[in-house]
Design a protein around this ligand. Structure first.
Ligand code: ADE
Ligand code: ZN
Length: 330
């Protein structure tokens, strides 16, 4: 199974590039930029990655990314992850990034975009990897700020595949962002949103009805509403489920308690991603191996999950066909 899961042409639809910042690179960038970290050693940072909920994680996530200041830092961050993901057999990544988290530290959007886009281009040319770009908005910040950032991103609109919605979910319902998502739709951008991670099933319904999202990031709490499950099934809306993230952030106590098998038996379009691999114990291969062990899934289940992800990936029809052929060949 290990060999099969390594070879499987895995497609990651839910990855925060800032959450791929390994402590080793964090220390190197801190030194390069003369930034002091609250940890004395890499091990101390790793020991601090013990969370009781989403907010506890977000505090360290925003602190960690404070070492990202220059174009080269964003390039190094992304290339470091792309190489690691490729070694794990990943062939496509839809990458969320959080411009507001950098703008509020005084890092210009141009710096963020230049570094990430250079890494994307290089990975696509030399690593057999395709990359989608999802500009995400922080839902615990004002909607007006998100709208402003979306307008500010005008020079990059054509390089974006989608907009997303992330950060602290509780008390920040999708309805807060109707104007932002309407504007994105006007611009021809696809919309996705985190919903039903810590927030209720109602937020999934809102994201679908009010934000017109095409995919739901996480969505595991859909099972609390018959009506929401029925809609997700009928419309075959993809859920980008992140098993090890859900364990780390105590959405579930243990992976064996995770609703993934139930989501599958309900006929939902499930996919598997790593979310923030540097913080949650590993990337795509680790997540797949953990699921194999916890649920005893056979190859057919993993093939189906991968087919789902290939079908939903932000890429060209040509690349999608190629990835489907590669999946059929293993
Ligand atoms: N930003 C980075 N990771 C996130 C997650 N799991 N949920 C919400 N926002 C995030
Ligand atoms: Zn996420």
């Amino acid at each position: 199974m290990q060999d099969f899961l390594q070879t499987l042409p895995k497609v990651e639809l839910h990855l925060h590039i800032e959450g791929s910042l390994e402590p080793e690179l964090m220390f190197a960038l801190a030194q390069r930029n003369g930034i002091e970290l609250p940890y004395a050693t890499v091990q101390e940072a790793k020991d601090a990655y013990c969370f009781s909920d989403l907010q506890g994680f977000l505090n360290l996530y925003f602190q960690g990314m404070s070492v990202l200041r220059n174009e080269q830092d964003f390039y190094d961050l992304a290339m470091d992850y792309f190489r690691r993901a490729r070694e794990e057999g990943v062939v496509h990544i839809d990458m969320h990034f959080d411009p507001q988290a950098h703008l509020q530290r005084g890092v210009p959007l141009e710096v963020v975009m230049a570094g990430l886009l250079k890494a994307k281009q290089e990975a696509e040319e030399s690593l057999d990897l395709s990359i989608g770009m999802i500009m995400a908005f922080l839902r615990d910040r004002p909607a007006e700020e998100a709208l402003h950032v979306l307008e500010q991103a005008a020079p990059y609109w054509k390089m974006l595949d989608a907009i997303g919605l992330d950060s602290a979910e509780k008390e920040n319902p999708p309805s807060k962002f109707v104007d932002v998502f309407e504007r994105a739709k006007q611009l021809g951008l696809v919309c996705v949103a985190h919903a039903g991670e810590e927030g209720p099933a109602e937020y999934i319904k809102e994201a679908l009805e009010l934000l017109n999202v095409e995919r739901i990031d996480h969505g595991v709490r859909c099972l609390e509403s018959e009506e929401v499950v029925e809609r997700l099934r009928r419309e075959q809306i993809a859920l980008t489920v992140c098993p090890l993230s859900n364990v780390s952030l105590k959405v579930v106590e243990d992976l064996r308690d995770h609703p993934l098998p139930k989501l599958l038996s309900e006929g939902l379009k499930v996919t598997i991603s790593s979310d923030d691999p540097a913080y949650f114990g590993g990337g795509m291969l680790t997540n797949h191996l953990a699921c194999a062990e916890a649920f005893g899934w056979d190859k057919a289940v993993f093939r189906q999950l991968t087919r789902n992800a290939i079908e939903e990936a932000f890429t060209t029809q040509q690349r999608r066909d190629e990835l489907l052929r590669r999946l059929a060949a293993i």
